[in-house]
Structures are given as C-alpha cells and as structure tokens.
Design a protein around this ligand. Structure first.
Ligand SMILES: [Fe+2]
Ligand SMILES: [Fe+2]
Length: 136
C-alpha cells in the first residue's frame, strides 16, 4: 500500500475537543479509503458506496459540530454554518459528477484535501479555542 492520501497531524489539526477530533479522524479515514480504492481501480459500485458514506458522514459530522458550538458563546456560529452548507453543496456536486461519469477526478481529491486543511485548521480550531477557554 502506498502513501495515505491524508495523514492525521495532531499538532496541526487538533481542535482540543476530543469528540470532534475523533469525528475528523473518521472523516480522514473515509477519504483515505476512497483514495486507496480509487488507486486500486476498484469498481464503480464499490467507490460509489464510499462516496455516499463520505457524504453522509460529513452531513452527520457538521450536524454534531453545529449542535456543539451552539452551546458555546461562539460569535462565528452562523458564518461557520454557512461554510458547512457550501461545503456540502460542493461535495454533493462532486459526488453527482462521479455518479454520472464513474470517474473520481483529481479536482475531487484536491477539493477534499483543501477542505480538510483549510476547514479543520482555519475554521474548526476557532470553536476549539473558545471551548478550551470555557473549560479552562
Ligand atoms: Fe466545521
Ligand atoms: Fe469539522
């Protein structure tokens, strides 16, 4: 097996909220599996089931995250929700493209990678900061 698509990096990616870190790790696991099976030239139905799992877990994760940060005095909550909405729309767009063509494009994987680094590091760590201030 080659390099993973994406490696969890505790220092860069932690939100300091264990439950959310675990959910992010699960997200990364699904993405890595999708990439591995794509590289292994898996059949469309197999890839399709992973893409659907990715979409459904992302929707679930965002719901959990929103419920969590609604319990905090987090001023960016509505902006963050808007970003989630846009990400889901773009993820579903890529997913729909794949359902039609049966091809997972480099653009799809690029989107997943950018989303992970930019969203987890740039956005999710903000509620993490507020949660840890509240705890400490
Ligand atoms: Fe988020
Ligand atoms: Fe997140």
């Amino acid at each position: 097996m080659g390099e993973s698509f994406f490696k969890w990096d505790q220092q860069k990616l932690t939100t300091h909220v264990d439950a959310m870190d675990r959910e992010h790790q699960k997200l990364i696991d699904i993405m890595n599996r999708l990439y591995e099976r794509h590289e292994a030239k898996a059949t469309k139905p197999e890839l399709q089931s992973i893409v659907r799992e990715l979409v459904s877990w992302t929707v679930t994760h965002f719901e959990h995250e929103e419920k969590f940060f609604d319990t905090l005095a987090y001023s960016q909550a509505s902006v963050h929700k808007k970003i989630h909405k846009d990400l889901i729309a773009r993820l579903k767009e890529h997913g729909g493209e794949f359902e039609k063509t049966g091809v997972l494009t480099p653009a799809f994987f690029q989107f997943l990678k950018t989303w992970l680094t930019a969203h987890i590091m740039g956005i999710d760590t903000k509620y993490g900061l507020i949660a840890s201030q509240k705890a400490g």
